[in-house]
Design a protein around this ligand. Structure first.
Ligand SMILES: *Cc1c(COP(=O)(O)O)cnc(C)c1O
Length: 440
């Protein structure tokens, strides 16, 4: 153990428990009301700009990915009420969910089947737009369907895009970049599943495999990208564009809730549970939700017990200056999308005042939840995504939060959203392998 870390173990019970690989539910003592937070890093204008950019690209996405036509080229996922799963959590997993439970099915986002279809695809599109404008191939008022033209593909083939990934980010960046015509190189950490590498290669991406963890894959990708002047690196540890792509989810969620006659206000609070790896995806979504719903939304991150980097970063205030290995925690988890040992360099700082808490969950429970969701609702999501249920299982802490925030009288009206972050592209044989691992 890194000596400097011992003081945090003495100071914070949750960190002491986390080091022993116990599941914890840390409630953020420094959460602020929205009116107390000075927005400095990411403005609302930037989120609107991202939303407008995605609208400009909708015509292209329809042309390039026919499955996006039914939603007019806007990449969005269903919001589904999961009453049977709610009952199952209450009766078999010790939960005590008042109000209603929904599943936000980013597991079923088009093109790459994970939440990375928000941030990852957005960043690639933005880079492509920037290059095309710089080279006088495009004006913002043009019909972006022309990105599908051979002329554009040929132009982009002079450029390279690189990314480090545990799997899903690589799939989003790889599939999107290859479709536009870019050379694309994905640096995959040891945790990445074989089928994700195979799929990427089949779409024309170059996959470089590492025996080491995510940080090393990112480091190497960044280094190789710097050496090539025509290469662009999607930097998961620092990228504001990824964050912005994720944040667009919030306004759209408001509309989806409205379509189901749900209006969030002081009598109807919203609780959202977001699986967290490096922090970009849950951070971006939560940040957007806070802009849209203010103090009526309560955002929780969830992590595997073996890769609880955001918990350590935010609770100690050390952010990216700390990694799980500093606390003798392995960083190894079956939840490949969350197998990250060191949190983002900026997300924790931006999100800390907004964050309600962080819950951790053991790998074996992820499999049980996966199995239960399949049985009760006939929905398959990957193990990482099942972390979205973690906060709901610790009802003593959740009830404490509800009480401390004066929400007891409205808790029975609450909307809880488990944010399912990946799964629809998992091949059938892998689904069977996953389900066979469930310890009964
Ligand atoms: C990437 C990912 C997350 C978390 O996103 P981060 O930006 O790494 O925090 C959650 N679930 C799945 C399935 C993912 O692929």
């Amino acid at each position: 153990m890194n000596k400097d870390m011992e003081k945090y173990i003495e100071k914070y019970k949750e960190i002491a428990d986390a080091v022993q690989l116990k599941e914890v539910f840390w409630l953020n003592p420094d959460k602020k009301n929205i009116s107390q937070v000075q927005i400095t890093e990411v403005s609302e204008d930037q989120i609107e700009d991202a939303e407008a950019r995605l609208k400009r690209f909708a015509a292209y996405l329809c042309a390039a990915f026919p499955e996006t036509k039914e939603n007019d080229g806007i990449l969005e996922s269903p919001l589904r009420k999961i009453l049977k799963m709610q009952e199952c959590l209450n009766t078999q997993f010790g939960a005590d969910i008042k109000g209603e439970l929904y599943l936000k099915m980013d597991s079923h986002l088009p093109i790459s089947g994970s939440i990375k279809a928000r941030g990852g695809i957005y960043e690639v599109l933005k880079h492509a737009e920037t290059l095309a404008i710089e080279h006088n191939l495009l004006k913002e008022t043009d019909n972006y369907a022309m990105f599908a033209d051979e002329k554009f593909r040929k132009f982009f083939s002079q450029y390279t895009i690189q990314v480090g990934s545990t799997g899903n980010l690589g799939m989003s960046i790889g599939i999107m970049s290859a479709k536009l015509g870019f050379e694309v190189i994905v640096h995959m950490s040891a945790d990445a599943k074989q089928w994700k590498k195979d799929l990427l290669r089949s779409r024309g991406a170059t996959v470089i495999e590492y025996q080491s963890d995510y940080c090393v894959a990112v480091e190497q990708g960044r280094k190789e990208s710097i050496e090539n002047p025509n290469s662009y690196f999607v930097d998961d540890e620092n990228s504001v564009d990824l964050f912005l792509g994720y944040s667009v989810a919030a306004k759209r969620l408001k509309q989806q809730l409205y379509e189901q006659s749900i209006v969030i206000n002081e009598n109807k609070p919203l609780f959202v549970y977001l699986p967290c790896g490096i922090g970009g995806a849950p951070g971006g979504v939560a940040y957007g939700l806070k802009q849209v719903f203010g103090d009526h939304v309560h955002c929780f991150f969830t992590e595997p017990t073996e890769a609880c980097c955001m918990l350590l970063g935010v609770a100690t205030g050390l952010h990216d200056k700390v990694c799980v290995q500093d606390f003798d925690i392995s960083g190894k988890t079956e939840a490949d999308g969350l197998a990250v040992g060191r949190p983002s360099a900026f997300v924790g700082r931006v999100i800390a005042p907004y964050l309600s808490g962080i819950a951790t969950i053991a790998d074996n429970k992820l499999y049980q939840l996966m199995d239960s969701l399949k049985k009760t609702e006939d929905i398959f999501i990957e193990p990482s995504a099942c972390a979205s249920f973690a906060g709901l299982l610790k009802n003593d802490k959740l009830n404490q939060y509800i009480k401390c925030n004066g929400l007891e009288s409205v808790a029975h009206n609450a909307i809880h959203i488990a944010w399912a972050t990946g799964g629809s592209m998992v091949p059938e044989y892998m689904i069977e392998e996953y389900l066979s691992k469930v310890s009964k």
